[in-house]
Write a protein that binds this ligand. Sequence first.
Ligand code: NDP
Length: 286
Amino acid sequence: MPAHLIDGKAIGAAVRAEIRDRAGEFSARTGIRPCLAAVLVGDDPASRVYVRNKGKACHETGMLSRQIDLPATLPENDLLALVAELNADPAVHGILVQLPLPGHIDESRVIEAISPDKDVDGFHPVNAGRLLTGGRCFVPCTPLGIMKMLDHESVDLKGKHAVVVGRSNIVGKPVALLLLARHATVTICHSRTKDLPAVVRSADVVVAAIGKAEMIRGAWLAPGAVVIDVGINRLPDGRLVGDVAFEEAREVAGKITPVPGGVGPMTITMLLHNTLEAATRMATSV
Ligand code: NDP
């Protein structure tokens, strides 16, 4: 029997409806509209689409967004000065600087300049450190969206073997920590892992965050495994595919996310969640 499809679009829409309600209640109670400032440096077309979609999603949930477009030649110090201004602006609750940045700008310097209280991407080392130690923090949006999907599907993680393929700071490492916090036994794999198919075969839950089209094959999976495919890869024929060979995998897996329509819609949804959370925390701390 083919696997149950985990419909990120439907789950994302349901979560966004909840966020819209909560944002409406928050604004009615405090007179504050949560506001996300999105900074775009340069004119990378994909980044432009991402930033536009984030702004649109804010408006659809009753929040404000401010898009700041800057030229690719912007000096690093000017970007740091803008981030300092946004940090100090009480009308801005969340700040995101769209990555990647042009080569002459040090990304980690910019990320570290964002106030941890407005770091709705969850990339600041203070938030990363708190995630590691179990403190209150902003969790990066894709890993948070993955956990939301697993909860929505009532996947019991306690004592289960979760295999995360990929160890980036944005996806692999934080999702591994979140799974660990939920009492899964977690293995993190990467490009030097020996016999990846054998490791994947031992997983109850597989999270693929590699960036290699259809690398994880159906034959690598244990029957009934839950498969979360984070990858977004464009094939030469224009098709968008994940890191998992979907048609093969769905014959073996118990539950699986499609690409597109799986993890992707959850990522922006969790950015909205974090922006509302930032505004709520700011309102209660004054
Ligand atoms: P990175 O390129 O930062 O990390 C990729 C990871 O995959 C690395 O840890 C790398 O290992 C590992 N890897 C590469 N090749 C292999 C291999 N042959 N075997 C095992 N592991 C391998 O990518 P990201 O984490 O940023 O993104 C991963 C994918 O997820 C991309 O397709 C990206 O587009 C997508 N993505 C999707 C999002 C969404 O909203 N749906 C959001 C963010 C990302 P090593 O460390 O050893 O190099």
